[in-house]
Ligand binder design. Structure first.
Ligand SMILES: NC(=O)C1=CN([C@@H]2O[C@H](COP(=O)(O)OP(=O)(O)OC[C@H]3O[C@@H](n4cnc5c(N)ncnc54)[C@H](O)[C@@H]3O)[C@@H](O)[C@H]2O)C=CC1
Ligand SMILES: CC(=O)C(=O)O
Ligand SMILES: [Mg+2]
Length: 474
């Protein structure tokens, strides 16, 4: 049976059983029949007549948990005392905190880290602003900034609801690349105000990672910030996604023995991620990309209200194919989804060319359930960690920013993105490459250093690195 594409999680159900009225076997059977898997049992207390147990139960979405609890409460002699969800428990009080690097043990320390000693350091930076990179957190710090308008595939859920994603990105920055990241959610959706606010907080930062800001506003916001600031600005949903996508496509093509320039690529969802994925594919040699959004394929013979779509249509769909996804996917070699759940049907994949490559990357629910097309698609990738081939921008942003910070780059260049994509693809060796392993895992410790080094080389080649070249000393 195909597994549900909700978000799998463990819940802990504390139950009290009156042993004279019901058995644990009844409880286990009820949980199994309701769609839960018991993965652990802890006996908290047991007396002659009553036992108190914590059951850790894996469920594929919250509704299964509700069903289990409802049915358990119907068993005579059984009482559900409490239910907790491990995912929610991991979020209690937020997921990150700020820690000093050195303790303040005495007056002497105090007078150095704070006033009066700190004043000399302030003046040193005042006289030479570049020293902010060595004497403040600027060297290792970025901000992950969202306005909450396009959070994963959940839409415009606002700045408070966006915060858990931004905290998650901050954790990944630190754990994978030693980059400190402030998660910042702005209570404005006005591009002018967003730009003004970010420019105003930039002095203490070494880079800006824009996240989950909807298209087409994100294009203008990123461009204006790049012009205004002397630190790199990177919209992760555009370029991080594009970099990892290209890495996955390059390795998939090695398996099916096709060349990108010969492939028909159909890309669904022409928003932030879709635009950038198309651009990087074209930079890497793709000649025939067709973009599809809600109203069908984008063609240059139509005038769109969205200016970004007019520019998009001008550089794609060379044969002016029109119609819905089902029409234009005929004979396609590659499908890329950065749209929403359920957009792709099994029959669409059946209509693709031999050895279909399907990247259904919408989060948290992809464009098609991979189980539905397991036997007909040659290669399947999603954005999720519970299927093989996770195409997620987390493979890019930690190493990319580590490289940008280490060479004090002033901006992100096109060459950096291509170099990062090739670096990620190369982590998978010829021996390892297979339909189920086209992209390295997030936990593969070769990814961050390879991406970092590739970005640094590109930064020096493009003349945007401001630190004296240190590469020979590595
Ligand atoms: N796996 C990964 O690393 C990443 C995945 N994504 C996913 O890609 C999706 C889009 O993200 P963004 O580009 O940031 O959002 P966005 O809001 O900028 O763009 C989404 C586009 O998809 C279109 N769309 C939505 N439903 C559609 C449908 N049923 N048919 C055709 N077009 C449809 C929208 O009209 C819009 O143009 C989200 O689900 C997001 O989670 C985004 C970034 C990274
Ligand atoms: C992965 C990511 O950034 C997104 O789905 O928006
Ligand atoms: Mg995102």
């Amino acid at each position: 049976m195909a597994k549900s594409l909700g978000s799998s999680t463990n819940i802990i159900i504390r139950i009290e059983i009156d042993k004279s009225k019901c058995t644990f076997a009844q409880v286990a059977q009820t949980i199994g029949e309701s769609g839960g898997d018991i993965v652990a049992i802890d006996v908290i207390r047991s007396s002659g007549t009553v036992t108190l147990r914590d059951l850790t139960v894996n469920v594929f979405d919250g509704s299964v948990g509700d069903r289990i609890v409802g049915r358990l409460n119907q068993i005579e002699g059984m009482k559900v005392i409490n239910v907790s969800d491990q995912t929610f428990l991991m979020h209690l009080g937020g997921k990150i905190e700020m820690q000093p690097k050195i303790p303040i043990r005495n007056r002497d320390d105090l007078s150095r880290v704070y006033t009066p000693g700190v004043a000399r350091v302030c003046m040193a930076i005042h006289e030479d602003p570049n020293r902010a990179f060595t004497l403040t957190i600027k060297r290792d710090t970025v901000a992950v900034i969202s306005d909450g308008t396009a959070v994963l595939g959940l839409g415009n859920i606002g700045p408070r609801a966006a915060m858990p994603v931004m905290e998650g990105k901050a954790m990944l920055f630190k754990q994978l690349a030693g980059v400190d990241a402030f998660p910042i959610c702005l209570d404005t959706q006005d591009p002018d105000e967003i730009v003004r606010t970010i420019v105003a907080i930039a002095p203490g930062l070494g880079g800006i990672n824009l996240e989950d800001i909807s298209a087409p506003r994100c294009f203008d916001i990123e461009r204006r910030l790049t012009e205004a600031l002397d630190i790199p600005v990177f919209h992760d949903d555009q370029h991080g996604t594009a970099v990892v996508l290209l890495a996955g496509i390059l390795n998939s093509l090695r398996i099916v023995g096709k060349k990108l320039e010969d492939c028909k690529v159909v890309l669904c969802g022409i928003g932030a991620a879709g635009m950038a994925c198309t651009d990087i594919l074209i930079s890497a040699g793709a000649k025939k990309v067709i973009g599809v959004d809600r109203q069908g394929a984008l063609v240059r013979t139509t005038a769109y209200e969205n200016e970004a779509w007019n520019a998009y249509a001008a550089k794609t769909n060379p044969e002016l194919e029109e119609g819905a996804l089902a029409d234009v996917i005929q004979g396609a070699d590659i499908f890329i989804g950065v749209s929403g759940p359920g957009v792709l049907k099994r029959e669409n994949v059946e209509a693709m060319a031999k050895d279909p490559i399907v990247f259904a990357m919408a989060n948290p629910t992809p464009e098609i359930d991979p189980d539905e097309i397991e036997e007909i698609a040659r290669i399947i990738a999603t954005g999720r960690s519970d299927y093989p081939n996770q195409i997620n921008n987390v493979l890019c942003f930690p190493g990319l920013f580590r490289g940008l910070l280490d060479c004090r780059a002033s901006r992100v260049t096109e060459n950096m993105k291509l170099a990062a994509a090739y670096a990620i693809a190369e982590v998978v060796s010829e021996d390892e490459l297979s339909e189920l392993y086209i992209i390295p895992s997030v936990f593969n410790d070769k990814v961050v250093p390879k991406v970092r080094d590739a970005v640094i080389d590109a930064a020096y080649a493009d003349g945007v690195a401001r630190r004296r070249d240190f590469r020979d000393k590595k």
